[in-house]
Design a protein. Structure first.
Length: 554
């Protein structure tokens, strides 16, 4: 077991510290390898670098505000009222995590492009507007904020809804007994208790918007402006400026670390202390005649990340050209035939995507299980270091990790660029923190006496982990595997830096097709990507039911 943990420690150092080390080295050297601060001086003095940072910060702030404005009322309706279909609404919000943000951005291109967008076409027909008039323009700063917020507000929703679920009903009852109306109770009791979760969600959505590459690349570049992630990516176009790109990545890395640290502090706060025993369940507010308007509001909000984008993708995949109306005379299999028969890269990209998803999910789950087991059971002196290394990648933006891996593995002795191995390392590093945190939380609820009984009968720790602990954690292990697989499918920020012509995955193919404007093929590829993801989720949800019962001791 000690040798295994030592090997795991070295692997974690390679995954995390090696790319970061090369990133720091390149940021502090010039093209001749000599130490310099010139890269940072240029960043601070050149407006072409300062402007993308300021734009990214403004967009991230707008996303945080918009996400909170959408998530707070929806979470309150779902968690604290008798709104119809509340449970279904909660499931649908959670399901929106499956949609890759870059695919959502392409779907909103189909809906809200100034000239060809479906919503603008309908507006011209209904309102009698001119052929070049439009109500919506997704190619703008506001459009980027809106699109990112559509897929960031579910993060805030989950945190706020969970906080609302955990507020004891006794506190709100006490407010009512003392004469407080519903509005006063909501303002003076309920909202202050969920404020830490709301602020933590705002910081999380801020970080997601700040570090995202796909949506800005699809919507901001055609509008003629950069954010910092697209600017870093552009520095690797010919001729590449690796040292400048490394320096540009460092402020983004530091800012992300600060934001995530702030989120952890806020989530660690407690809005109340329960004394004396079990608290009563929270009271649900009866909406009366407002139940159905509330449901319409919830469905309308969910139409932004789910219903409208999915409908746009399906419609575009089934017609000859995106501007055609959906009808029997416009139905066509041309896009399907092009993607699955004529387009030579489809089969290889699908194979690469599934292979990397399965390999990364399997290796990531196994690695997360070993590290979480070592840290929870305190098997080695440096178990805290293992936990830190497993958690640290959460603070590394995908584009920054892509730069670090590119710099680390394009030189001897380990040249991995141009192979699937570099993508495997990227996915394993990016998804490890989430897997580690999930399995660590599950292991806390598993008493070590079960493993001690196994060891009394002669099993070593590794065998106890494999035969006793892992089967008892079957549901959590499957959920972690599924979560990592979905994360690999969604990833674009690091992938775009590391793929070559022979190692492309579906997300990169979709991005390339968007560059060429083939929206029909993009829609087919996007629907295929979603179908693979939902199929994996469905199979994973059925596995605990079909699996054998965990072993019994004694």
């Amino acid at each position: 077991m000690s040798l295994l943990l030592a090997a795991v420690g070295l692997l974690l150092c390679g995954l995390v510290l090696l790319p970061l080390g090369w990133l720091v080295w390149y940021s502090l050297t010039d093209d001749n390898g000599l130490p310099t601060l010139g890269n940072f001086v240029r960043l601070a003095s050149d407006p072409t670098f300062a402007r993308p940072y300021l734009t990214a910060l403004g967009i991230a702030a707008g996303v945080a505000i918009g996400s909170c404005a959408a998530a707070l009322p929806l979470a309150w309706l779902v968690a604290r009222t008798d709104m119809p279909l509340a449970r279904s609404i909660r499931v649908l919000v959670t399901a929106s995590f499956v949609t890759p943000p870059f695919l959502g951005a392409i779907a909103w291109e189909l809906l809200a492009a100034p000239n060809s967008g479906m919503l603008n076409q309908w507006a011209r027909a209904l309102l009698g507007l001119g052929p070049y008039d439009h109500l919506f323009n997704i190619y703008s700063v506001g459009g980027v904020i809106f699109c990112i917020a559509c897929y960031a507000f579910p993060l805030v929703f989950v945190l706020v809804a969970n906080a609302l679920d955990n507020i004891p009903g006794d506190l709100e009852d006490a407010s009512a007994i003392l004469g407080g109306s519903r509005a006063v109770t909501l303002r003076r009791v309920t909202l202050p208790m969920v404020l830490p979760a709301l602020l933590a969600g705002a910081l999380l959505s801020f970080v997601q918007a700040l570090t995202q590459f796909g949506t800005p690349a699809i919507l901001a570049l055609p509008a003629g402006f950069h954010v910092i992630t697209t600017k870093i990516w552009s520095l690797f176009q010919y001729p590449p400026h690796a040292h400048l790109a490394a320096a540009a990545s460092m402020p983004l890395l530091l800012l992300t670390i600060l934001m995530l640290r702030g989120q952890q502090v806020l989530l660690g706060r407690r809005g109340y202390t329960a004394i004396g025993g079990r608290s009563s369940a929270p009271r649900r507010v009866r909406l009366g005649l407002w139940r159905w308007p509330a449901l319409i509001f919830a469905v309308g909000l969910l139409s932004l990340p789910i219903f409208l984008p999915y409908a746009a993708l399906i419609k575009t995949a089934l017609v000859k050209t995106p501007s055609d109306p959906l009808g029997f005379d416009t139905l066509s299999l041309r896009n399907l035939l092009f993607v699955f028969v004529e387009f030579s890269q489809t089969r290889q990209a699908l194979w690469n995507t599934v292979l990397l998803g399965v390999a990364s999910a399997t290796a990531g789950t196994a690695l997360a299980l070993i590290v979480s087991y070592a840290t929870i059971r305190r098997l080695v002196v440096g178990h805290r270091v293992l936990g830190f290394l497993a958690t640290a990648p959460i603070a590394i933006p995908g584009i920054v990790l892509g730069v670090g891996l590119f710099l680390a593995y394009t030189r001897p002795p380990l040249v991995l660029y141009g192979t699937l191995w570099i993508l495997f390392l990227a996915f394993l590093t990016i998804e490890l923190p989430a897997g580690y945190q999930q399995l660590q939380a599950a292991l806390r609820g598993l008493h070590p006496e079960l493993e001690e009984a196994s060891r009394i009968f002669g099993a070593n720790r590794l065998r106890s982990l494999w035969q006793i602990t892992a089967p008892l954690l079957r549901t959590s292990v499957i959920a972690t595997w599924c979560f990592i697989f979905i994360g690999v499918i969604r990833e674009l920020s690091a992938t775009i830096m590391l793929t070559t012509a022979n190692t492309k995955v579906v997300s990169v193919i979709i991005y390339d097709l968007n560059e060429s404007g083939d929206l029909g093929a993009i829609s087919v590829m996007g629907i295929t990507l979603l179908a693979i993801t939902f199929a994996v989720v469905l199979v994973a949800n059925r596995l605990p039911v079909l699996g054998r019962a965990p072993p019994r001791l004694g």
